[in-house]
Write a protein that binds this ligand. Structure first.
Ligand SMILES: *[C@@H]1O[C@H](CO)[C@@H](O)[C@H](O)[C@H]1NC(C)=O
Ligand SMILES: *[C@@H]1O[C@H](CO)[C@@H](O)[C@H](O)[C@H]1NC(C)=O
Ligand SMILES: *[C@@H]1O[C@H](CO)[C@@H](O)[C@H](O)[C@H]1NC(C)=O
Ligand SMILES: *[C@@H]1O[C@H](CO)[C@@H](O)[C@H](O)[C@H]1NC(C)=O
Length: 347
């Protein structure tokens, strides 16, 4: 009788111990789960050299914008919307992130552009969408070692941003300094269609699902968190060329940085922003503070004029007045999100 009891206790406790071990191992594995799905390279991102390096004067926000080196028109539109002097008065420094264009003939032009505006940061890597991770990390590394700002904003250069509302959010401390906030994409799957520009091979990423990440379209974080992401990139040797998955998904997890969803502030269709502008006379705020420009560079300028007017003069929209409910773009929203999200926003 006694022996049997001891045996039962023995069995129960061994089961318990092994269960605990399994659970523990799973927890440990889970935090670094995605690393094993990636290429292991010998790249060291801290070795990227700057060819052109601007100054960082802002003490509140540094705003980094990925921009195709040989296409200055986007930069022109953004500078027309928010001139550097204006940003300076708002304590914001904006820099455009560039690689080296293949054509040497373009280099001189970029030098001139930099001398005129002092807002270009150029790295010594080839400009290519496959090098976007290098470009994005270059921006974070430059900002964390050159700026004294509290916050960092990252956008692509075809994203329209209401800087005034953004500043209000930051000043009201609605954004957690220990997190990254932006357009969150959850449980996204790699594109496995081989003739797609964004085709991801098994060697690139062998998992089925990406960790939750923020679209590179638009995110905001503290400089402190940006610094952690840079540390993470120097610590590991793995690499994925899809910059937002790698940086705001995989590197983020290395330091357990949380994400915050600002999806309701991001228009997934440029026509919502147009609807807000058209409505200006009614003095209603737009419910969105950012969105794609729909390849219309004028939209940057028009939305800025609207935002400036509205920062003091407009009231919040009531539920039934939301452009997402009243604007014609509604029916296309789903298509944009599902089919082109992971594809479109890297271009
Ligand atoms: C810019 O930062 C300085 C110093 O922190 C502060 O005194 C000033 O009010 C800020 N200006 C704006 C427009 O936020
Ligand atoms: C990325 O940049 C490096 C350095 O210039 C270059 O050797 C490499 O070919 C580029 N990668 C792609 C895919 O263009
Ligand atoms: C990359 O280089 C930096 C210094 O340049 C070094 O501190 C870091 O350990 C290196 N990272 C790796 C993974 O070798
Ligand atoms: C607010 O509206 C008035 C007239 O309605 C206009 O004169 C003023 O410029 C507007 N404010 C801003 C910041 O645009």
């Amino acid at each position: 009788m006694k022996k049997e009891l001891i045996f039962v206790i023995f069995c129960v406790s061994t089961t318990f111990i092994s269960l605990v071990t399994i659970v523990k191992i799973n927890i440990i594995n889970n935090t670094k789960l995605e690393l094993k799905y990636l290429h292991n390279t010998n790249k060291n991102f801290s070795l990227i050299k700057f060819i052109i390096e601007p100054k960082c004067n802002s003490n509140f926000v540094v705003w980094i914008v990925t921009s195709p080196a040989s296409d200055p028109l986007y930069r022109t539109a953004l500078r027309r919307a928010y001139p550097n002097e204006m940003l300076k008065s708002l304590n914001i420094t904006r820099v455009f992130l560039l690689g080296m264009p293949k054509e040497e003939s373009k280099w001189e032009y970029i030098n001139q552009e930099s001398q005129q505006y002092n807002d270009l940061l150029q790295g010594d890597f080839l400009e290519s969408y496959r090098n976007l991770t290098l470009k994005h990390l270059m921006g974070l590394r430059w900002a964390s070692s050159n700026c004294r700002s509290t916050f960092l904003i990252k956008t692509d250069n075809d994203i329209v941003l209401d800087v005034f509302e953004m500043l209000k959010l930051l000043q009201k401390k609605t954004i957690n300094e220990n997190a990254i906030a932006g357009y969150v994409l959850r449980k996204m799957k790699p594109i496995r269609i081989s003739n797609n520009k964004w085709f991801v091979t098994n060697e690139d990423f062998s998992g089925d699902v990406y960790p939750d990440f923020l679209s590179g379209w638009f995110y905001v974080t503290s400089l402190k968190v940006a610094q952690l992401l840079v540390y993470a990139s120097e610590k590991i040797k793995n690499f994925l060329w899809i910059d937002d998955v790698f940086i705001t998904g995989i590197l983020r997890q290395e330091y357990d940085i949380k994400i915050e969803e600002l999806n309701s502030l991001f228009a997934t269709d440029y026509r919502y922003l147009e609807c807000c502008i058209r409505d200006k006379k009614r003095k209603l705020k737009c419910e969105f503070i950012a969105g794609p420009d729909g390849d219309k560079k004028e939209l940057h300028i028009k939305f800025k004029e609207f935002s400036e007017y509205c920062q003091w003069n407009c009231s919040e929209r009531m539920k039934k007045q939301l452009v997402s409910k009243t604007c014609v773009a509604t029916y296309e929203k789903k298509i944009n999100i599902i089919n082109s999200k992971v594809q479109v926003h890297y271009i």
